[in-house]
Ligand binder design. Structure first.
Ligand SMILES: C[S@@+](CC[C@H](N)C(=O)[O-])C[C@H]1O[C@@H](n2cnc3c(N)ncnc32)[C@H](O)[C@@H]1O
Length: 373
């Protein structure tokens, strides 16, 4: 089982075992997790990814390996290709390596953030790939590990780092960001109606004592949000989501990975993405849009020149969502937007400038905000 630790740390690896249901059960038990992540829109994802993996030496990159539910199904459905499974969370990689043990000769595990896409492929000496899959957000492994602070339903340190080797924690944000910055995060990433009130309460509270636990934050939000007209669920839900997105730089990492994927995608290759947040989906949709319609055409041209024709085909024709039955079975699927494109010809030269501009515009606001801190 090939492994690459992109952060120069060595993973301790589980021994290979035969692949069958009992091994999966054992992997779950050994990892001590409560449940296996229920992969969202699994059949749709298999249907969208596997047509790109027909060649003998095809390569698929799962940028968000997690508990490997999707990747396991890809490996079972298509017998030729090699899988590169990336996750920034060591625990997820350990679990996935046990779960995929039967496919050990077909899988390379990489501990890294997916925004290092190009350098990961360079290190592995893989110039081209045929399918790239992203299933964004948290896995149930991370939610189950209550001491990591992702959930308001258990008291834990306010951490929320997907990769515990990175520096910034949720507690750091609450301790150091200005009220305006906190308000923007809660408003933009959490669509929190009471963002301003919550931000100011945090600033006032931290003058008296530091905010370090999920329980403290949960109670603070509960005391701040008016009871009348509260939406269903825990009132701190949106604040926790917003902090997690900020701690892990999720939107910028997503924006940075797409241009790199396109550099390495073979013609006929596919990018398949599951997004759960409107801002994530906006990034996916706007990037795909750069290539799935004709470029700006100079006025007066009677026909669209070949160079300006689309280079991506929208395979899903917009976003696919989960049906009622899946939403009832797996509530996490209720916000999913699944989109896929196929590279139908080499990326034309003019696209490089459009992509650079897209990246600058997509990340500009957050970059400016970070610089002002
Ligand atoms: C929703 S889970 C994936 C679940 C997986 N599809 C399955 O079926 O088990 C998302 C995973 O992506 C990882 N992740 C999120 N952002 C990442 C990033 N920027 N780079 C690498 N991994 C990331 C998380 O640590 C988590 O394990």
């Amino acid at each position: 089982m090939a492994r690459l630790s992109h952060s120069n740390r060595t993973l301790s690896l589980a021994p290979a075992a035969a692949a069958h249901a009992q091994d999966i059960e054992r992997a779950v038990k050994e990892a001590g997790v409560h449940s296996v992540h229920d992969p969202v829109l699994l059949d749709e994802c298999v249907r969208l990814v596997t047509p790109a993996l027909k060649d003998d030496h095809a390569v698929c990159v799962d940028c968000t390996l997690g508990m490997a539910g999707h990747s396991l199904a890809f490996l079972q459905a298509s017998t030729h290709f090699h899988l590169i499974g990336i996750d920034r969370d060591d625990e997820a990689l350990k679990f996935a390596s046990q779960r995929l043990a039967a496919f050990s000769d077909r899988v390379t595990f990489v501990h890294s953030s997916f925004d290092q896409f190009s350098s990961i492929l360079d290190d592995l000496n893989v110039p081209q790939v045929n399918a790239v899959f992203l299933d964004l957000g948290l896995s149930s492994l991370q939610i189950d590990e209550r001491d990591r602070g992702f959930t308001y339903s258990a008291d834990a340190p306010l951490d929320m780092r997907m990769d515990p080797t990175t520096k910034l924690t949720a507690a750091d944000i609450l301790a150091t960001y200005s009220a305006d910055q906190l308000e923007r995060i809660f408003h933009d990433y959490g669509q929190e109606k009471w963002a301003r009130k919550i931000a100011w309460r945090i600033v006032r509270t931290r003058d008296e004592h530091p905010l370090t636990s999920t329980k403290q934050l949960d109670e603070l939000v509960d005391q701040t949000v008016p009871r009348k007209g509260r939406p269903a669920g825990d009132p701190a839900k949106r604040v926790f989501q917003a902090l997690r997105i900020e701690v892990n730089g999720e939107l910028d990492e997503l924006a940075h990975v797409f241009p790199q994927i396109l550099e390495h995608l073979a013609v006929g290759g596919r990018i398949v993405v599951e997004a759960y947040h409107s801002l994530e989906d906006k990034i996916v949709k706007s990037f795909f849009r750069l290539g799935d319609r004709p470029a700006d055409i100079p006025q007066g041209l009677p026909v669209i020149p070949d160079a300006l024709q689309p280079y991506l085909a929208d395979v899903t024709h917009g976003a696919i969502t989960a049906d009622q039955a899946e939403q009832a079975r797996n509530p996490r699927s209720s916000s999913v937007r699944l989109r896929a494109v196929q590279l139908i010809r080499p990326v034309p030269a003019h696209a490089a400038r459009d992509i650079r501009e897209w990246l600058a515009v997509t990340t500009r606001e957050r970059t400016a905000e970070r610089r002002s801190r």
